[in-house]
Design a binder for this molecule. Sequence first.
Ligand code: BG6
Length: 511
Amino acid sequence: MSDSTAGNPLRTNLVNRAIPDPCVLVIFGATGDLTRRKLIPALYNLAADGNLPPSLAVVCFARRDKNHQGFRDELGEAARKHSRRPINDELWNQFASNIFYHQSNFQDAAGYESLSLELDALDQRLGTKGNRLYYLASSPTEFDVILENLRKSGLSQAKPEAWSRLIVEKPFGTDLPSARRLNDAAAAAFPEKETFRIDHYLGKETAQNLMVLRFANTVFEALWNHRYVESVQITASEPLGIGTRSGYYEKSGALRDMVQNHLLQLLCLTAMEPPTDLSADAVRDEKVKVLRALRPLTGQNVGTNVIRAQYQDGFIDGHEVPGYREETGVAPESMTETYVALRLHVDNWRWAGVPFFVRVGKRLPKSGTEIAIQFRGTPPVLFNRQSQLKDPNTLVIRIQPDEGISFRMAAKMPGALLQIEPVKMDFHYGTSFGKATPEAYERLLLDAMSGDATLFARRDEVEQAWQFVDGIRAAWEDGEAENLDFYPAGSWGPAEADQLLAEDEAVWRRL
Ligand code: BG6
């Protein structure tokens, strides 16, 4: 066990189960950005930490014509840019010697036959024992054909005494019908327990620690309900615009890109009941119950509970940036939202009446993802008699950056006067554990190699989340809800989002 796991009960438990098996990881669409920026750096860091199985081969399946060494060099260059730790040449060369390039079209059955032979040969040469992990990192439009070919070629079939698993990158569908179709295609080739749907927010260290915070401490869980909690705010804010992703983003928008997956997952971890154990299904059973308890937003309700907006030109870090409609590849009258704010309700015993305010946006002033639990104020006696104390207790879980947890409470300022001010107790991962937190993909790849699906979305979770989000989209498309609002780049979103909270006498937190 690596020392980073000490003192973290959830992780300790998972590590006990998570011993990765030797295997071959096959990445479909390996010439894309994800492989360079995330997957290979994550694997390298796992190698550097000694966490990879003793035998691991990575086969990169893609259309372009390349050779093994040329591609290794390209990946090496990318790893130097994107790895969280500096690249050690000797270690890199050793790691990269087990990366192979397999050129084929995704449609070409012969490409899968030759892949099959290549994988068998790698088993012989490297001792990867017939275990296969297929990673769909191509464009989502190719997922179906790859799955079909994996099934037809027999590659998806586990060999005796071995396993065959599937990882699917997001976006997992674009609405409920497409997610169902993709789930059916995956189910035709792989059993559900071998299907790993990525939501990289679940791999973030602090997201995992939400369960530890809640269920390994006595104090918080006792207060974690409508009797003590006034409201919950979940924010994911990014200064970045859409960069080169207009083709994808124009069709997606913030609701599908971030809310359907990452934000709803964070909400589930915040609102779920304690699972009976830490097994993948016990945890996911509880999360899906939260999604089922979400009060549906449809028709007129969307207009009163959801704000959608788009960034206009403005300033980020003192630099002028264009508006969304001026970005390359974006339609001049695009109605795609780059910001959404929602008021949600989880209609169950624990959360009845507590609003969950969720917001996500691009071109906001600061990068930050956090969950803030705002507790109720004290009764109107003693210090609270004259006027309501401002700044009631708030517990903030910082998912990123500066991962940590802080708790705001009231304290008396030193001196003869009775003056009460808010103060903070603050815990930072960096200083408390003295080491950098691993990247989400490190944890997720390791878990998939170990067959632990706890941090991956299950079929019913994904479909339930789409059902919820589709209701909102349908209202937007029918024009039943208010139109698109606008905000200058570098601001905290449109005034309408402030108004949404004002209706509940709340204000958005400043990150
Ligand atoms: C991705 C979205 O899933 O998450 C992007 O497609 C977004 O639009 C990204 O920028 C945010 O991830 P992170 O880890 O940087 O918060």
